[in-house]
Design a protein around this ligand. Structure first.
Ligand code: AMP
Ligand code: ZN
Length: 671
């Protein structure tokens, strides 16, 4: 037994050893300055393991021994984010930033300063801590909900399982999971030595690691988590820069490069410096994130449907290389849209091997005058698929002739059409063009749509090729006996497939509507339509005029919806989905709590509130049929004013004769 334990009971020993190992982890992984050798650390960890085995009654879900992983997750649970995880708007020039500053100054009073941070290129992560312990780790997912990957995240040693200092009782902290170059290269050396394909790039490897089923496998990967933002109620923090400092004090790894800039010129200094020096950083970055420093001003600015108005990403210039174009092939998407693809001589670009690039459409090919055999410039920025930017004419081979765009579908030979105003050619053979049939069903089962477990894109193709299904309604009639004879299909997988299909009958109407694959009806539009029409019958019978009356639904969407439901085949499919028990109207629970009381009124919310949070307030407005807007105009009906409402907002509202009401007035309005 270790001499320092003399006089301690087992519980005290466990606590002492756990605390000591936590401190060593922190020194090594967060501060990069270990105070003991790796060997001593391993011995102590083994000692703790033995002690825990002998005393299971003192189990600690956040013990340092859990860092090695071992727990296996078959299905990651979906968790709704308490605070939505937004995307960021992008800027590329000084002018973009100046325009952004102008928009900010219209909406907030007083001086505005900015925190500049590096934009780490990895996978976003939301961590929730309660009473100083890690409670949950959730991926960004679609921003509204993500996957619970806590077991895997616990193996990342720079993420504290227990906090230090004066942390608040409950908060959420966000960061980026990255795989530093060193560790990434080491992993690849091992893979090559073992005769395996090396990983393509650190970013995808990091994000792929989060969803591995075996946490012991995750533990082997040298992942890190770099933190950049804290969310919570009443944290007593007033600036973003302080957010970073606090996070550091509580034991998180927060890179030290961040600076406060007093104006856009200082922001640009930061950007220019890191555009050059980022190549010396141990991990990948793809830009700088600039945030309004004052959190009260951030609140005032709020968010668009996609991104916060108080933050802006500045993207570094994408990297460019040149290579030879070997062949142009054509892909048919689920809507019949044709995309020309450049097949390239493989080339290294921004850490990945590029073999294919998008050529977008016929006009683009014509504009660039790109020809097979040409040497072309390829560019890649962030997650965008590589693009062909131009041709090196000096290297053009003699006797080459301009590219002739295809006239018939490469899959079904139907003559392609191109409608007025469309950039793309389409294969009009919706009913019988194989990639369209398969693509529609693949979209239907995809994660953001029906999320059918046990069924993947390749199996869909297999089912279609074997004539077992022709459209998504057929899925609900599949039987285990029918599927079993397929290649590589075991009894268990066949059963999982069928039960996955049955389970999808619980997916709410708004997602079913998105799954149908109506052109231009994405997730957000599907939500709007579901909320407005409440069920498929009303939507099916709506005219273009009625559709346009719905907020944010324009001509193009309205026409597409009407056309979809005009098709006899689509109406049949919907009837069959209905018979199969798929949700084709919004549920009772969703209906409850929703009223029309605020219909026709537009609200602007300003200041800090005591009874409900700002986001609750906005939800209440929308649930009761009202609209939320971020800036005061003649269209505003009410301004709900909390503490510290900006004086210029007040003056503007008064000038326009808009009623300014309190939180209580509002709550009375809807009760
Ligand atoms: P995008 O995915 O291009 O919309 O950019 C938004 C993402 O940038 C966020 O979801 C974060 O994962 C990531 N990000 C990286 N570094 C930062 C940072 N310092 N502040 C905020 N977001 C960051
Ligand atoms: Zn076709």
């Amino acid at each position: 037994m270790n001499f320092i334990f003399v006089g301690m009971n087992p519980e005290q020993q466990l606590t002492a050893l756990r605390n000591e190992l936590r401190e060593h982890n922190y020194n090594y992984y967060v501060l990069d300055s270990p105070t003991i050798t790796d060997r001593d650390f391993d011995m102590k960890l083994k000692e703790l393991q033995a002690l825990e085995e002998a005393h299971p009654e003192f189990y600690d879900p956040n013990s340092p021994t859990l860092r090695v992983g071992g727990e296996v997750t078959k299905n990651f649970e979906t968790v709704k984010h308490e605070y939505r995880m937004y995307s960021l708007d992008n800027s590329y020039s000084k002018e973009d930033l100046e325009d952004w500053e102008k928009r900010i100054k219209k909406q907030v009073d007083g001086d505005v300063s900015y925190t500049c941070e590096l934009k780490y290129d990895g996978a976003s992560m939301s961590l929730t801590y309660e009473n100083g312990s890690l409670l949950r780790a959730v991926t960004r997912g679609d921003g509204f909900q993500g996957d619970n990957v806590t077991t895997n995240i616990k193996t990342i040693k720079s993420i504290p399982l227990k906090l230090k200092g004066d942390y608040p009782p409950k908060f959420e902290i966000r960061g980026e999971i990255v795989l530093p170059f060193d560790g990434f290269n080491k992993m690849n050396e091992d893979r090559i030595a073992a005769g395996e394909e090396p990983y393509r790039n650190p970013r995808n490897t990091a994000s792929g690691s989060l969803k591995l089923q075996d946490s012991a496998e995750v533990a082997k990967r040298p992942l890190e988590c770099l933190l950049y933002s804290i969310k919570g109620e009443r944290l007593g923090i007033t600036t973003q820069f302080e957010n970073l400092q606090k996070a550091r004090e509580w034991g998180f790894k927060v890179p030290e490069e961040a600076r406060v800039a007093k104006n856009i010129d200082e922001v640009l200094e930061f950007v220019n410096y890191w555009d050059v020096h980022r190549h010396n950083l141990p991990y990948e970055t793809d830009g700088v994130v600039i945030k309004v420093n004052n959190l009260q001003q951030q609140e005032e600015l709020g968010n668009t449907s996609k991104a916060p108005r108080w933050a802006m990403a500045y993207k570094f210039q994408a990297e460019q290389v040149s290579t030879v174009l070997n062949e142009i092939t054509y892909q048919v998407g689920r809507t019949g849209a044709i995309t020309p693809v450049a097949n390239l001589e493989p080339v290294q670009l921004a850490g990945t091997t590029v073999k294919r690039a998008s050529l977008h459409n016929a006009d683009q090919i014509e504009k660039l005058d790109v020809r097979v055999g040409d040497t072309v410039y390829v560019e890649k920025g962030g997650e965008i698929i590589p693009k062909i930017m131009g041709v090196d004419l000096a290297l053009r081979k003699e006797g080459s002739s301009p590219t002739k765009y295809i006239e018939t579908c490469p899959e079904c030979n139907t003559v392609l059409v191109r409608q007025e105003g469309d950039a793309k050619h389409f294969c009009p053979n919706e009913e019988n063009c194989p990639p369209q049939i398969i693509g529609r069903i693949q979209h239907f089962i995809s994660r953001k749509a029906m999320d059918i477990e046990g069924l993947g894109g390749e199996t869909v193709a297999l089912l279609v090729e074997n004539n077992l299904i022709h459209n998504y309604a057929d899925l609900y009639e599949l039987t285990v006996e029918q599927i079993l004879p397929l290649e590589r299909m075991a009894q268990k997988s066949a059963e999982n497939l069928v039960s996955g299909v049955i389970a999808s009958r619980e997916i709410p109407f708004e997602r079913v509507l998105f799954a149908l694959g109506i052109r231009y009806v994405g997730e957000t539009v599907a939500k709007k339509l579901a909320k407005h029409f409440k069920g498929i019958d009303a939507l099916m019978n709506a005219s273009e005029e009625e559709l346009i009356l719905v907020d944010e639904i324009g001509d193009r969407i309205a026409q597409s919806v009407v056309a979809f439901f005009n098709s006899e085949e689509n109406r049949n499919t919907i009837e069959r989905l209905k018979t199969s028990g798929v949700q084709l109207k919004i549920s009772e629970e969703q209906l409850a709590g929703q009223t029309d009381r605020l219909l026709g009124s537009t609200f602007v919310v300003s200041g800090v509130f005591t009874k409900v949070s700002r986001s609750e307030l906005k939800k209440l407005i929308e649930d009761n049929g009202g609209k939320v807007s971020s800036s005061i105009s003649s269209k505003t009906t009410y301004v709900i004013a909390g503490d510290n409402m900006g004086p210029s907002k007040r003056t503007k509202a008064e000038g326009l004769g808009i009623s300014i009401i309190s939180e209580d007035d509002f709550l009375a309005m809807i009760s």
